[in-house]
Design a protein around this ligand. Structure first.
Ligand SMILES: [Zn+2]
Length: 150
């Protein structure tokens, strides 16, 4: 098996806890030669690295010392504290958008990427991705996956 040596600053695919999708991440911290902490290039959120399921080899090296889960409650809380980052990102995404073109959110409505939508619960958001009848919308408190018309 050819294992590429990764180091901080490298880009890898990881499951983003916020985007709830496999996105490009930049490695920010390595521990014992493993990726420990990554930053999502999509939402900018930093979180502990969760290896994508597909990459997990069914053959677990038993020789390796059992690793303690590094996700302490403190670390989890720290991740939540990064939530205000969304607000800045959201502001930047909405900057320069034409408010006259705001579309009311409707789960059967058609939305294109970069459309500004108004949601009755989440407020103003911007469509960042449309896949089939679902779309990612960045709201001030983070991205949400919403239904939309195909
Ligand atoms: Zn993300």
């Amino acid at each position: 098996m050819n294992v590429r040596v990764k180091s901080a600053g490298d880009i890898l695919d990881a499951n983003c806890t916020r985007c709830r999708a496999l996105t490009n991440h930049t490695i920010v911290a390595m521990v014992d030669g493993r990726v420990a902490r990554v930053k999502c290039n999509t939402c900018g959120g930093e979180h502990n690295y969760h290896a994508p399921k597909e990459e997990k080899s069914p053959v677990v090296r038993r020789a390796a010392a059992p690793k303690e889960r590094s996700s302490s409650p403190a670390a989890a809380r720290k991740e939540k504290d990064t939530a205000p980052r969304y607000h800045e990102q959201w502001e930047a995404a909405l900057a320069g958008k034409d408010e006259d073109k705001v579309k009311e959110y409707d789960m059967s409505g058609k939305f294109a990427k970069d459309t500004v939508v108004r949601h009755s619960t989440f407020g103003l958001g911007i469509v960042t991705m449309v896949v089939g009848n679902k779309m990612d919308v960045l709201f001030t408190d983070g991205p949400k996956l919403l239904r939309c018309g195909k």
